[in-house]
Design a protein around this ligand. Structure first.
Ligand code: PLP
Length: 425
């Protein structure tokens, strides 16, 4: 890499060259997956006859919105599902998952999470730890979870036992690690879990929180036995272009049930004006395999860079990826702050802003975040979060393109170097 504009320390430039060498083999594998997924998406666009008319959009009720309906068929084909909802009107990933959960579960039903404690924002939706107005608990849905094994993997024996003890309407799987140190699940592991559930309890609906997982591997959970999955469009499948939204994909009868919850029973998916969003959602989905490839290259390279600097980064640079998240144990509060401030200084938007730790609602510790993004909160764009507590780890994800994201990370390391936190021999 040559650096003309940023005055990056020559020792970091040398480590970048080292990282590039370490990553060669992994980058070739990422390239192959990207090419496969890009062709899969292109093929679905062509087969479904996507045309300029699809971008026109609708207002009001949105009846007969050709572009909206076709996009959902395109996405269903891409993820090998019978049907899908793919809409800008989902407010967030949590909202999308909520629609799917309330779409399927009824009062008296039981839900079992197979992958330990779910992502933070889901705890309010479940409402089983403390009362939350409108939660599943309030509507009489019972919830249990099976803790992960000591390895951080699903505890198959305990899951089998739990499924034998009671009849569950839904088994819930979270693919990504989120902001924990556990490994994320591969699509193959999700397939094994689906098989296990169906062997013991064939009528149990298997639902996957697929956030951060889309297009990281060749297949999606709906292609290995999951009945339903959901995710956010300001993460992987929006390709950094979708301005907001979410998707639900899976078995046709379940998607139909979710559509009734998404708008109104009896009305379902027939309404929902696309306004001006169709074109961006199509473009985003089209770009998603490539952008996810760039984001994965970024985190693989970050793992190699920080391994050379003597830090523990997980997953390691040579590991196969199943989501786009990296964590680096930086070891101190000062290091987390320097890293996030340096990263922000290399963002395309709001680079002049200095992030500070703050008391985030729902957290016991202060949290510092870096996100210089075109789309508010979009974590397919380069972004980092760090709670100021042991093990003083930063979680990093995204990167619309590797070259820019890499520069941002070099500036983060440079800030640590300038503050005497980092030593390069
Ligand atoms: C991002 C994410 C969600 C949903 O989060 P939102 O911030 O509401 O979009 C849920 N589960 C996981 C694992 C996630 O990564």
């Amino acid at each position: 890499m040559t650096d003309t504009f940023f005055n990056i320390d020559p020792r970091l430039v040398a480590l970048d060259a080292g990282a590039a060498q370490m990553c060669g083999e992994r980058f070739a594998q990422i390239e192959e997956i990207t090419c496969y997924n890009q062709q899969k998406v292109l093929h679905a666009f062509i087969e479904n006859r996507v045309s300029e008319a699809c971008f026109a959009g609708s207002t009001g009720y949105g009846y007969g919105d050709l572009g909206r309906d076709k996009l959902e068929q395109v996405f269903a084909q891409v993820v090998g599902a019978q049907d899908a909802l793919f809409r800008h009107s989902f407010a967030s990933g949590t909202h999308t998952l909520t629609v799917a959960l309330f779409g399927v579960l009824r009062p008296g039903d039981k839900m079992l999470c197979l992958t330990g404690r779910p992502y933070d924002t889901l705890l309010g939706v479940l409402g089983h730890e403390k009362p939350v107005s409108g939660s599943l608990c309030e509507f009489g849905v019972e919830y249990n979870e099976v803790a992960l094994a000591a390895t951080g993997r699903p505890d198959l024996a305990a899951i089998e036992q739990a499924l034998k003890n009671q009849t569950y309407k839904m088994a819930y799987i979270q693919r990504s690690r989120g902001y924990s140190l556990r490994p994320s699940l591969s699509v193959e592991e999700i397939g094994e879990l689906c098989k296990l559930v169906k062997r013991i309890s064939p009528n149990t609906v298997v639902m996957v929180d697929n956030c951060y997982g889309e297009f990281v591997q060749r297949q999606e959970p709906t292609q290995v036995g999951a009945d339903l999955m959901a995710g956010s469009l300001i993460k992987n499948p929006g390709g950094g272009i979708a301005p907001c939204g979410g998707y639900i994909a899976g078995r046709a009868d379940l998607v139909e049930a979710c559509a009734a919850r998404m708008t109104a029973p009896g009305v379902g998916r027939e309404v929902g004006a696309s306004l001006g969003a169709n074109r961006e959602l199509y473009m985003g989905l089209f770009s998603a395999p490539h952008v996810v490839g760039e984001a994965i290259k970024t985190v693989v390279w970050v793992a190699a860079l920080f391994a050379q600097l003597g830090y523990t980064a997980t997953p390691t640079y040579d590991a196969a990826r199943t989501d786009i998240i990296e964590s680096i144990e930086l070891g101190s509060e000062a290091a987390l702050i320097a890293f996030c401030q340096g990263l922000q200084s290399g963002a395309p938007v709001d680079a002049f802003v200095t992030p500070e730790p703050w008391d985030m609602p729902g957290y016991d510790n202060q949290v510092i975040m870096s996100a210089g993004t075109f789309t508010g909160g979009a974590s397919i764009e380069l972004s980092a979060d760090a709670p100021l507590r042991e093990p003083y780890a930063v979680w990093l994800q995204g990167g619309l393109n590797f070259h820019s994201a890499k520069t941002g990370v070099l500036l983060a390391a440079q800030r640590m170097l300038e503050q005497g936190i980092l030593e390069i021999k």
